[in-house]
Ligand binder design. Structure first.
Ligand SMILES: [Zn+2]
Ligand SMILES: [Zn+2]
Length: 366
């Protein structure tokens, strides 16, 4: 890698060095107030990136009220990650060309390249077509045009507020520099760690993984395999117990008019898509295997996939009928749907077990 973006290189290495150099002076200044200020600014900056830059602007997973948009457009300047327009532009390329040379932060170029080094040599060829929708949004265009003055102003304000209840050096260190570093590394982990360590349930062909631990420091973005498979979903952690504060924020805001048109993919639809995809992938991999086990496996895969498809279609048909049905008929339908739902769940579990076994047996990416 050759450094081409010297300004970015100087900024990032500069603040890291400053963090180390100032440590002897600020170590004794870490009060509860300073720690809380660091946490609050970390949350505002971080969640503005995940809810705003990522799920709203890059993926259009929901729509938002202009006031909400201004909130995330200003809040995200705490993160120093360029404008929403630039960020979304690069991120859409990441999704369209993941794991190839065109991916700006491709994990194929190494962990540290995907984490931070890409920022030092990336030469952006801006494609207006890729972000045509965002170019029509006056708020996004304004934030892009005045990004640097806005970022300086907002960060100065944070520094100033911090000075009211702590030493100016502590306010600079904990409220500004350390917070920028913390948000940077947590966002970067999505491109590095969330493409390296974790499980692949939804898109086995991609490097993206689900990593619950990472979700804790990234406001729910650790469920990256699901996200790459179903990027239009406003949720990244789809189960109720998944730690996804970004999803909770978007959902809560929808109750008070801040957000609307939240897109989510129905669980059975997700599973149906997965069964089709897994089947194709495994059968393709097994086509040259002629031993008895492979032959039996192929038959079982076909059988189970068909059974899953049939039961899930039957369940969806019943659900449609339910909407139009009379009170009496609904009682019967409810019973039938419960039975079908159990059957779908059983087939799904069998499918997961079978495909895991097959992937292990035939050394598939897993
Ligand atoms: Zn994404
Ligand atoms: Zn990714």
């Amino acid at each position: 890698m050759r450094i081409k973006n010297w300004d970015v290189f100087a900024f990032i290495t500069g603040y890291h060095l400053l963090l180390i150099a100032l440590l002897p002076w600020v170590a004794s200044m870490l009060t509860w107030g300073a720690a809380l200020w660091l946490l609050v600014t970390f949350i505002i900056g971080g969640i503005s990136i995940t809810a705003g830059y990522h799920r709203l602007y890059s993926h259009k997973a929901y729509s938002a009220h202009p006031i909400y948009e201004w909130g995330v457009l200003l809040g995200s300047t705490l993160a120093f990650q360029w404008s929403a327009l630039t960020w979304s532009h690069d991120h859409r390329i990441h999704h369209n060309h993941v794991d190839t040379d065109k991916d700006p932060y491709s994990i194929k170029k190494g962990f540290w390249y995907a984490h931070v080094f890409w920022l030092f040599d990336y030469q952006r060829e801006f494609q207006p077509k890729l972000v045509a929708d965002l170019l029509k949004n006056p708020r996004v265009v304004f934030q892009d045009k005045y990004y640097l003055p806005l970022a300086i102003l907002v960060n100065l304000a944070i520094f100033g507020i911090g000075c009211l209840f702590m030493h100016p050096l502590a306010s600079l260190y904990f409220g500004v520099i350390l917070r920028i570093a913390a948000i940077h590394h947590c966002t970067w982990f999505i491109n590095s760690l969330a493409h390296t360590i974790g499980s692949k349930t939804y898109a086995r062909e991609l490097s993206a993984v689900d990593n619950a631990l990472l979700a804790f420091v990234t406001f729910g973005e650790g469920y990256h395999n699901y996200h790459h498979a179903f990027a239009a979903d406003y949720r990244n952690g789809v189960r109720w117990y998944h730690f996804d504060p970004t999803k909770w924020l978007i959902w809560t805001a929808s109750k008070v008019g801040g957000t609307r048109s939240l897109k989510s993919i129905h669980t059975i639809k997700v599973q149906k898509a997965l069964v089709q995809k897994d089947k194709r992938l495994l059968l393709d991999h097994l086509k040259h295997e002629a031993d008895e086990m492979a032959t039996e496996l192929k038959v079982r895969l076909e059988e189970l996939a068909t059974r899953f498809e049939e039961t899930s279609l039957a369940l969806m048909a019943k659900a449609r009928e339910f909407k139009e049905a009379s009170k009496e008929r609904r009682k019967v339908l409810r019973r039938e749907m419960r039975r079908l739902r159990e059957e779908v769940r059983r087939h799904w579990n069998e499918w997961v077990e079978l495909t895991h076994m097959a992937a292990k047996q035939y050394h598939l990416a897993h």
